[in-house]
Design a protein around this ligand. Structure first.
Ligand code: ATP
Ligand code: THM
Ligand code: ZN
Length: 192
């Protein structure tokens, strides 16, 4: 389990990235860390891409229905503007943000803010998703979570798309995706 670093005399913040497949518990882990920061009386703001309105317009909701209030934003620049006097910033579904997101996280960390970013590391083809590789490269701390393969019960790293659609962005839940291990993902021809 991730334990928050307590850096004596720290003058900068830092970036934490939580990644993994769908249903691996990224949103739950993000909510857990943010709720603990609130308990510590820190000023917390949470952002998600405006495109992700799967469960709720303004809340971040996990598959377990745990939730926390968030602000939907259509560009990463807005996070920089809106998070000026925060102690902790949470960002969910980071794979959907534009290519400014890593610089925004870096700028926030330099201001002394703790930045916690959650996102899908791979898309339905098993390819690195959006800006996630760049966020992972620049993170101070990384947590990779795993779901359970829906075919065999092993640890799952991949998000298998069950319906034929080649668009990279396709919002959905269990109706569209299921977590799979490497073997079960490859068996159905998801990797070329
Ligand atoms: N196959 C599965 N493996 C693990 N957890 C599952 C699975 N199917 C459903 N769940 C539920 O999903 C919860 C995790 O949901 P959460 O919203 O945190 O995932 P996530 O990684 O943020 O997913 P997404 O990328 O779709 O947003 C688990 O605690 C569990 O209750
Ligand atoms: C795996 C994958 C998920 N998604 C979506 C489904 C969910 O709405 C969201 C992950 O929580 O991302 C895509 O848009 N493309 C993909 O390749
Ligand atoms: Zn499997």
């Amino acid at each position: 389990m991730f334990i928050e670093p307590h850096i004596k005399g720290a003058t900068t913040g830092w970036i934490e990235v939580v990644c993994g497949s769908m249903f691996s518990g990224k949103t739950e882990e993000l909510i857990r860390r943010l709720k603990r920061a609130k308990i510590a009386n820190l000023k917390v703001e949470i952002f998600k891409p405006a495109i992700d309105t799967r469960y709720d317009e303004v809340n971040i909701v996990s598959h377990n229905e745990n939730q926390i209030h968030s602000t939907p934003v259509d560009h990463s620049n807005k996070i920089l503007l809106m998070a000026q006097d925060c102690d902790v910033v949470g960002i969910d579904e980071a794979q959907f943000f534009d290519d400014g997101i890593a610089d925004v996280c870096e700028a926030l960390a330099r201001k002394g803010i703790r930045v916690i970013v959650a996102g899908l590391d791979m898309d339905f083809l098993g390819k690195p998703f959006g800006q996630m590789p760049f966020l992972l490269a620049r993170a101070d701390y990384i947590t990779k979570l795993h779901a359970i393969c829906m075919k065999c019960g092993n640890i799952a790293n991949y998000s298998y798309r069950k319906i034929p659609n080649e668009d990279r962005i396709m919002l959905g839940e269990k109706d569209v995706y299921e977590p799979r291990c490497r073997r079960c993902f490859e068996l159905d021809g998801a990797i070329d």
